[in-house]
Design a protein. Structure first.
Length: 288
């Protein structure tokens, strides 16, 4: 059964969420969009219905958020709440309906980035955990880890200038944008490393070639959607597959505000945050 990090959106029947939520996290230039596009094509070619989700794409506030970012008029807490509004809107109106309809939702970043960005800027961890406790615990979270120096090279392939916020220029780490970018990305990576022990991310080496990373991600995602693809029902009537480790009871997600289970505390195993196996296969084959 699907679960959240604490609070549940009003009137949401978690049992009715038949799809799978897969999150790809990483810095700008870590290759998230490249890999999500490849995964989407691959999943669709196998008959899945796929929905892509990304931060700052809500119809409610995305334009205003872009405006706010340009002007730097909002303080840390106001900007954080703005982002949270964008997330909540998309959770209610995009992610949940898609999961209800049995889609595989591929999220280009999730609450972890929002929390990490706010934490490195000095926001209170507990407040953020409470704010984002409405978030659904994903079926899998992968963090594409790429060296900051490599990120810079890739960023310049996309655009001739570095992004002000992704370089952490508002933090006053350095007046030189290049130096600030490296420092900021190191802070973000340290925060993700810390979060990993709490939320159980799978860390993938994103410094490698696009096809090699894609191959690794496909293997991981295959395990998550396994029961969906083949509709395997185990002897006790439960669906097979689930977590990336496939290990029963390997619930890694720790409630942001309570939520489900606790960290497995196994210290070394990597894995996603699988939901409980369900009784029926999830996503219907896509009409083609
Ligand atoms: P993100 O969505 O994380 O910002 P993109 O997928 O847009 O990153 O990739 C940023 C740039 O880096 C693009 O020009 C892309 O072609 C390139 N790129 C992505 N992944 C790799 C990789 N593994 N190796 C080399 N270049 C890559």
């Amino acid at each position: 059964m699907a679960t959240t990090y604490g609070r549940v959106v009003p009137h949401l029947d978690l049992d009715a969420l038949r799809g799978k939520l897969i999150v790809i996290e990483g810095a700008d230039g870590s290759g998230r969009s490249t890999q999500i596009n490849l995964l989407k094509d691959w999943l669709e070619s196998r008959g899945f219905a796929v929905e892509a989700f990304g931060l700052r794409r809500s119809e409610l506030v995305s334009q205003e958020l872009d405006q706010a970012k340009k002007s730097s008029v909002l303080g840390l807490h106001t900007l954080t709440l703005f982002y949270a509004t964008d997330f909540a809107d998309q959770l209610e109106n995009k992610i949940i309906p898609a999961l209800r309809a049995g889609f595989i939702v591929l999220a280009d970043r999730y609450v972890y980035t929002l929390m990490a960005r706010a934490i490195v800027r000095g926001a209170e961890r507990q407040w953020l955990e409470s704010l984002y406790s409405i978030a659904l615990v994903p079926d899998a979270v992968v963090y594409l880890q790429v060296e900051p120096e490599v990120l810079i090279r890739r960023a310049f392939q996309k655009s001739p200038t570095l992004d002000y916020w992704e370089s952490g220029m508002d933090l006053g780490l350095s007046r030189d944008m290049y130096t600030s970018f490296i420092k900021f990305q190191k802070l973000m990576q340290a925060e993700f490393k810390r979060m990993r022990s709490v939320y159980g991310f799978e860390i993938v080496n994103g410094n490698r070639s696009i096809p090699r990373i894609a191959e690794e991600l496909r293997k991981k995602v295959e395990r998550v959607v396994e029961g969906v693809v083949y509709g395997e029902i185990t002897d006790d009537g439960r669906e097979g597959g689930g977590g990336w480790d496939g290990g029963e009871g390997d619930v890694r997600g720790v409630g942001l505000g309570g939520g489900r289970g606790g960290a497995s505390g196994d210290g070394g195993r990597e894995g996603g945050t699988p939901r409980e196996p369900r009784e029926a296969p999830a996503a219907p084959p896509r009409d083609r």
